[in-house]
Design a binder for this molecule. Structure first.
Ligand SMILES: [Zn+2]
Length: 328
């Protein structure tokens, strides 16, 4: 059977087990971290600024909580500009036993540094291929998938170039692609179109954050192309409240799409995106509720079981789909 790279080495695909496909152990801009290393980060349910040395402890605490809830593996889509650090991931994995699947790629909604503005899609793809075939950041840790993103600015020139680079690296290596999307800006169909134009097989394409919409026509339009979708932001009520996310999941299960769906939370152990007082405000306003790596095993799955999700549907979404996408 096929093998999948993790931060602690290759694992047999059949040993991935219960997998959350989209969780971040930490998120911090690498340029800020490099220039102002004393700046801390915040955690949703611990909304004071924590110093850099505590970021590791919190990542370990969250990863351990996931393991205790039966999670064996996470997809870790922390790419460039989210502070990817595979040695950090490896230390968390070794400390907790959680299998962590790293990625390559660029997370941007528009901005690119001159380095990328002055290189074409093939030259950018070369970097992604390096991470997949040689290893990431000077280590022997290999990337399992390629991350890119489109958000409110849409699929503009820079974003299209990154998508084509991701697609070409996928075609060259066989690694699958995960694309952050924004349903409210209708980015999904254009993202899929670019990947298909570049020759990526639909079974290697995952459109993340599709579950930020409850528009079943939009979602089925994507599913009909044969791609995977992420219902992967449980807890981020600011984009779609929990009950609507669950109603969408149930409707899609009823329509037979268990074999195309990932359930996850897009949680972050810690983040530097906001100062602590803003996080306080987000929690007080209900923008984020139970938004942790624990959300899916602790709340989403029990609620779906009570509603009538079958054991087979659960196993498909939580175990088999990760194998299917990662080894397509
Ligand atoms: Zn994410």
């Amino acid at each position: 059977m096929a093998q999948v790279p993790t931060v602690t080495g290759m694992v047999e695909a059949e040993d991935l087990g219960t997998t959350l496909i989209h969780e971040h152990l930490r998120n911090a801009d690498e340029a800020v971290r490099d220039q102002w290393p004393m700046v801390g980060a915040v955690k949703e349910d611990e909304p004071h600024e924590v110093p850099p040395e505590r970021v590791f402890e919190i990542a370990v605490r969250e990863a351990k909580a996931a393991v205790d809830l039966g999670i064996k593996t996470i997809g870790e889509p922390t790419a460039m500009f989210l502070g990817r650090d595979v040695e950090f991931m490896r230390r968390v994995s070794e400390e907790t036993g959680l299998q962590v699947i790293p990625c390559t790629g660029i997370y941007t909604y528009d901005y690119l540094p001159q380095f990328f503005l002055n290189r074409d899609a093939d030259q950018i793809a070369d970097l992604f291929v390096h991470d997949i075939e040689e290893g990431i950041q000077g280590t022997d840790i290999k990337a399992a998938f390629i991350k890119c993103a489109a958000d409110e600015p849409g699929v503009n020139e820079n974003i299209e170039k990154v998508h084509r680079a991701a697609a070409r690296a996928s075609v060259r290596t066989g690694a699958p692609v995960m694309a952050h999307s924004r349903p409210a800006s209708n980015t999904g169909p254009r993202q899929v179109e670019i990947f298909l134009e570049e020759g990526v097989e639909p079974a290697k394409i995952q459109i993340a954050h599709t579950g930020d919409s409850d528009d079943l026509d939009y979602i089925e339009g994507l599913l009909e192309t044969g791609v995977w979708i992420g219902l992967d932001r449980y807890g981020l009520d600011i984009f779609l409240p929990y009950e609507k996310r669950q109603a969408t999941a149930k409707a899609l299960l009823e329509r037979g799409y268990a074999d195309r769906i990932f359930l996850s939370a897009d949680s972050v152990g810690t983040t530097d995106w906001f100062p602590p007082n803003v996080i306080d405000g987000l929690i007080a306003s209900g923008a984020a509720n139970d938004w942790t790596i624990r959300m899916v095993p602790e709340r989403v799955l029990p609620d779906l079981r009570e509603w009538g999700m079958t054991e087979e549907q659960e196993r498909t979404m939580m175990v088999e789909n990760a194998v299917g996408w990662l080894t397509a």
